[in-house]
Design a protein around this ligand. Structure first.
Ligand code: ADP
Ligand code: MG
Length: 680
């Protein structure tokens, strides 16, 4: 039996409450617990005699408890516990807050290690809320530190991990075959798990990490390739003809060569390949991906199939619906919209028509992939702004048809090396050209001394009838986001922009409220939109001409480029104002890249060069399954894992060989969408 099938409640001391805390961390089984690796480690270092400690520093002391624990209630219902400890050189008071168990944990006259910050007050030295351990638990001085959730202490996780490790079976099946371990000089899974949680020493930790990173990369790589192969082996919806010419000639503009090439690539996939199309169309902001998608939908529909176009937000879905309805008006093509905020009866009606085959093209959000959405003959599924969707969601849409053709659109230029990994399961077409006459967005870098002038400039634009975006100072995600965005907006509303309608958009808002604000902005009822970085990708408000970004130095170049892409979408001269007081040489150099070029790929390469791939995507924007330990900055492991994956697939293309059984199970865990049929 796998430890993934052993519920966490089978650990000693695990009741419902504790299990619930762990489930908040995504841990339900003992197997998952073992794969919940420390976030970092704390090294307590050398023991310092109490007589040698001084104010304000962190120390490790080894001392005996020389008083009873004295617990009192203080203001606000808090609990304060004090206890005196001593070594041969001196005495110090230890203070704990809000831990009512201290008196049971620290025993009189026993010796402990305490690690914490030392303060000095009128009464002498004290150490506040130190970590502590008994001598017998100090065999290794490297303590794992786990990500926690409120109500859960590191100590509890450590205890749980110890129990879990003791449950590892005597003879353990290693998912990595012996051959691979040897080839890449990797330690066994048992060694890796034991040492990632409780490392004997630095070098064992390194060995453990190397193995687990490799394993994760390998599994990711194999999973993506199996997904790709799966699509290669299945037959597709046959599309014998190319009708795109009929559509293209009705457009009010000439397509760029890059757009034409993209359409040709897709039509070729649909017409000539035995397997369904599985293509990523990547192109910079504003290059005109939507019309390429429209041409592909058109072709599928004229070949007798239904098409689906999924966008990450309702605002974008609505925008596409408006555009494509117009484009298809003169053809007898039925276009409809399906989004979460529609009433149930309306949604039901649309779903009925979809299942009947009455609708040719459906545009929508995640609602398209819920179980109750059924198609009569889905032949083509397109997702827009792909990086917002995970591999899982993509594959869900895929499953709505009989192996429909799949196309994904992405505006995030990704350096090629990374693209191959991130989109390992897709063929790639690049639209490397903007429609003619597109004005580049004039970008300038200022410091806060010039902010006032920048705001006057913006007012001037507003008076000309334009609109603007202001991305407010970046704060850590979470509680503060709301407050700081609101404060910032309030200040602008009361001061500089008191005569203009200002709207605010931040991550904590409900989808419905966000949409409302976006709609008002699109309609021109709001002129200044103050936003955290949640400004929706792909949003197309042609009248917006200024994007001002506070604390620009805190953003990655690619993110700045995305934000800048919200302006310069219409006929108006547009501007991007980057505000930063960071005069560091690197920062200035980085930000000046933005002023120098509007080319997303150039910026992406520069970003990758400056920051390394780990930071490139920011918060898991790649839509891949969540990685536990590996990250994309480790190009070395990436390359090795890729090579190992090729080697393994050569031996056993579907991993059916006995020696890969463990690997296969791990892949299934990571990619829940890969079903039996793929790997048998
Ligand atoms: P993106 O690739 O960022 O999704 P869109 O598809 O939203 O870009 O296109 C941006 C704008 O460019 C749209 O208003 C669209 O009508 C226009 N457009 C697209 N292709 C062309 C073209 N070949 N010539 C002129 N305008 C175009
Ligand atoms: Mg777009």
């Amino acid at each position: 039996m796998s430890l993934y099938d052993v519920p966490i409640t089978s650990l000693k001391g695990f009741g419902k409450t504790r299990a619930e805390l762990f489930s908040k961390l995504g841990i339900h089984s003992v197997g998952e617990l073992l794969r919940f690796y420390p976030r970092t480690y704390s090294q307590w270092g050398e023991v310092t005699p109490i007589s040698e400690i001084s104010n304000g520093e962190k120390y490790l002391i080894k001392a005996r408890v020389t008083s009873a624990v004295n617990t009192v209630r203080i203001s606000g219902g808090r609990i304060l516990s004090k206890v005196q400890v001593a070594d041969d050189s001196g005495v110090i008071e230890i203070v704990f807050f809000n831990n009512k168990y201290i008196s049971t944990m620290l025993k009189y006259s026993e010796e402990y290690y305490f690690y914490g910050k030392v303060n000095r007050d009128l009464y002498g030295f004290s150490m506040t809320s130190p970590e502590f351990k008994k001598e017998s638990d100090m065999s290794s001085s490297i303590t794992p530190i786990y990500n926690l959730t409120s109500g859960l202490t590191n100590r509890v996780v450590i205890g749980a991990q110890k129990q879990a490790l003791s449950m590892l079976p005597e003879t353990m099946v290693d998912p990595l075959p012996y051959d691979i371990l040897k080839r890449y000089d990797l330690c066994t899974l048992r060694f890796a798990l034991e040492n990632i949680h409780f490392p004997c020493d630095e070098s064992s930790l390194e060995k453990a990490r190397k193995r687990l990173v490799f394993e994760e990369m390998l599994i990711l790589n194999l999973g993506l390739r199996l997904l790709k192969n799966k699509k290669l082996t299945e037959t597709s919806c046959k599309m014998h003809d190319d009708f795109t010419g009929d559509f293209i000639k009705t457009l009010p503009y000439t397509l760029t060569n890059a757009q034409k090439n993209a359409i040709v690539d897709c039509v070729n996939d649909m017409k000539n390949k035995k397997s369904p199309m599985n293509r990523l169309v990547q192109g910079d902001v504003g290059c005109g991906k939507t019309v390429v998608a429209a041409a592909v939908c058109f072709n599928a529909i004229k070949n007798g199939y239904q098409a689906a176009f999924m966008a990450p937000t309702e605002i974008l879905a609505q925008q596409h619906y408006d555009n494509l309805s117009k484009m298809f008006e003169q053809f007898s093509i039925k276009v409809d919209l399906l989004v979460g905020s529609m009433t149930k009866s309306k949604k039901d009606k649309v779903r009925e028509k979809l299942a009947d085959g009455e609708i040719d093209l459906i545009i929508g959000t995640h609602t398209l992939i819920t179980d109750d959405t059924k198609f009569k003959r889905l032949g083509c599924a397109i997702t827009d702004e792909q990086h917002r969707f995970g591999v899982e969601q993509r594959s869900k849409l895929f499953k709505k048809g009989e192996q429909p053709h799949v196309m994904v659109l992405s505006a995030t230029p990704i350096p090629r090396t990374l693209g191959l990994i991130i989109y390992g399961d897709l063929d790639i077409t690049c639209i490397n050209e903007l429609p003619p006459g597109r004005k580049t967005v004039k970008t300038m870098l200022i410091d806060t001394k010039k902010r006032h002038r920048a705001l006057s400039f913006i007012k001037n634009e507003l008076d000309k009838g334009r609109q603007c975006y202001i991305v407010c100072p970046l704060v850590e995600e979470g509680e503060l986001e709301l407050e700081s965005a609101q404060n910032y907006a309030a200040e602008l509303m009361l001061d500089e922009f008191r005569d203009y309608p200002v709207g605010i958009l931040h991550g904590k808002m409900k989808a419905k409220d966000k949409e409302q604000v976006m709609n008002e902005y699109t309609a021109g009822d709001i002129l200044v939109l103050v936003s955290t970085t949640v400004i929706e990708v792909g949003v197309d408000v042609k009248n917006a001409s200024v994007m001002m970004i506070e604390n620009a130095d805190r953003f990655g170049l690619s993110q700045l480029h995305q934000l800048r892409g919200r302006v310069g979408r219409g006929e108006h001269e547009s501007y991007c104002i980057l505000v930063s007081d960071n005069k560091g040489e690197d920062t200035q150099k980085r930000l000046s890249t933005m002023c120098r070029t509007n080319d997303g790929f150039e910026i992406a390469d520069e970003d990758l060069r400056l920051r390394g791939p780990g930071d490139f995507f920011g918060n898991r924007q790649h839509g891949l399954p969540q990685l536990n330990i590996a990250d994309f900055s480790d190009v070395n492991s990436l390359v090795k894992a890729q090579e190992a994956a090729s080697y393994i697939l050569e031996i056993s293309p579907d991993l059916s060989k006995m020696e890969f059984k463990g690997l296969k199970a791990m892949i299934k865990l990571l990619f829940k969408s890969l079903d039996e049929s793929t790997m048998n």
